[in-house]
Design a protein around this ligand. Structure first.
Ligand code: SF4
Length: 486
């Protein structure tokens, strides 16, 4: 497998250049080799950057915006007890005292915008999903988990049936932590299992063995109120077809509510990349092998009557799994964000908080929202975000989206989507495009190519677009406030 960065570079060489033909897929083998490179993170329109003071001023103004009808909130916990070999999201080593202080400051951050419109209970819709991610939120001490979740529920305008997810590692899921999480109101646990194979787990510096994982899953499942969801990763070095088949077989028979299957990204500066380069590990799966692993997931989970696919990469066994945060976070809805290194979004403006723990702490102590950078939306951001998130989710209907925005995107997209149908990435059923197994494997790339193609076509004739194409149609009232957009 080429590194993540090499894939991005390969995409950059042709994305945005030329017409639709640049995005035509290989009709001879769309599963293994649809395109020259694959986008593996979320697709969508890119914004215009603002930094430091300018970002802070803009976010201050945005904090008085009315929330979108549906909104989510994200809380980042930037500690991990060990660093997994493939990870580029590791920020700080876990330290009991530092994380306790962090939990106290998080409570303070929740209160910073308590009187602002964007966080008020009265204005805008309710927050229907709250996600504690990281890092490893489950590394926090039980009392800190309870305090932080309770504070978030007190200070944020959460819906009555809000999905509250705690992300974590198997080894953290002690009885005490689970009890604390349940008492505080967590109703969903997202656990990074990645693989059950002991050799690969040890190689990747994951701490539990297969039996330990199975014991902890049983423990979590005893808590009726939790939807338990596990992540699996395909493409690890040494993860042969047989190992992946065994991973799927184990996972589908567990008493859990959801399974997410992700492709491994090999980041060029990760410890994993270095070990592959020096020959300590065999290479990770090639793109074609990864496609086969994904196809195996689809074949195994989609043919099991107990499991239902609810997005391109996610299956659920029970209705307890709602997958709200993951679904909504990709859309154009607002996302309030808290913690060091958190990413949020208000009125199409994406923002990132301070990643450096010390800087984040100082700003919170000073009573300031610790924003570090902000991306202003491009003019057609909302339409593009809606299209990208629909393609990333599964079957999509451009005609329906176009009617909401008053733009015939279906017509504009027909030459490209028609070719993808011929290549076997999509099937058409009425007005709906349904991804095939190959289309699901390439879904982020499809989303990115489609919005890039459409953005170019729309930009050519921007003056003829109706105003709602540029507006946040899910944002209620407050039209006057838009004049503050700088
Ligand atoms: S626990 Fe998660 S965030 Fe932490 S190092 Fe491992 S993969 Fe990265």
């Amino acid at each position: 497998m080429i590194s993540f960065e090499a894939g991005v570079e390969a995409l950059k060489r042709f994305i945005g250049r030329g017409g639709d033909e640049a995005y035509f897929a290989n009709e001879a083998d769309s599963l293994h080799a649809a395109f020259r490179a694959k986008a593996t993170v979320h697709a969508g329109p890119i914004g215009l950057p603002m930094l430091f003071g300018a970002a802070r001023l803009k976010l201050e103004a945005l904090s008085n915006e009315t929330r979108t009808k549906e909104a989510v909130a994200y809380v980042h916990v930037p500690f991990c007890s060990t660093r997994c070999l493939y990870c580029m999201f590791y920020q700080n080593p876990f330290d009991e005292a530092a994380s306790h202080r962090y939990a106290e400051l998080l409570e303070k951050e929740f209160g910073l915008w308590a009187s602002r419109t964007v966080q008020s209970r009265e204005a805008g819709g309710e927050i229907s999903a709250l996600y504690f991610g990281g890092g490893t939120p489950s590394a926090l001490a039980p009392r800190d988990i309870e305090a932080v979740v309770t504070a978030a529920r007190r200070e944020l305008p959460l819906a009555e049936d809000c999905e509250i997810t705690l992300e974590g590692r198997v080894s953290d899921m002690t009885e005490k932590r689970l009890e604390a999480a349940a008492r505080a109101g967590v109703n969903r646990l997202s656990i990074g299992v990645q693989t059950f194979d002991g050799d690969i787990r040890r190689a990747m510096m994951r701490v539990d063995d297969r039996d330990g994982i199975l014991r902890v899953v049983e423990r979590m499942a005893r808590f009726e109120k939790f939807a338990v969801v596990i992540d699996l990763i395909y493409g690890f070095p040494m993860q042969t077809e047989a190992v992946w088949a065994e991973d799927l077989e184990t996972a589908r028979n567990l008493p859990i509510d959801g399974i997410d299957c992700y492709q491994l990204n090999v980041f060029s500066r990760s410890p994993l990349a270095k070990r592959i380069k020096t020959g300590q590990f065999p290479p990770a799966a090639t793109l074609a092998e990864a496609a086969d692993r994904f196809a195996a997931s689809d074949a195994v989970l989609s043919s099991d009557p107990r499991w239902t696919r609810i997005s391109n990469t996610h299956w659920r066994r029970t209705a307890k799994e709602r997958n709200r945060y993951n679904t909504l976070a990709k859309t154009a809805c607002d996302c309030l964000a808290f913690g060091s290194g958190a990413g949020g979004r208000i009125a199409g403006h994406s923002f990132m908080t301070e990643r450096r723990l010390k800087a984040w702490e100082e700003r919170i102590e000073a009573g300031e929202k610790p924003v570090f950078a902000l991306l202003k939306p491009t003019p057609n951001w909302h339409l593009m975000r809606t299209i990208a998130s629909s393609v990333e989710q599964g079957p999509f209907n451009l005609k329906a989206i176009g009617e909401v925005f008053g733009v015939d995107v279906d017509r504009l997209a027909t030459p490209l989507l028609g070719q993808w149908v011929r290549a076997g990435l999509l099937e058409k059923s009425g007005d709906v495009y349904v991804p095939t197994t190959a289309g699901m494997f390439w879904h982020v790339t499809l989303a990115q190519f489609l919005v890039t193609s459409l953005a170019k076509k729309l930009a050519k004739d921007a003056s003829s677009l109706p105003p709602q194409a540029f507006e946040s149609v899910c944002r209620p009232v407050e039209e006057g406030d838009r004049s503050r957009e700088s």
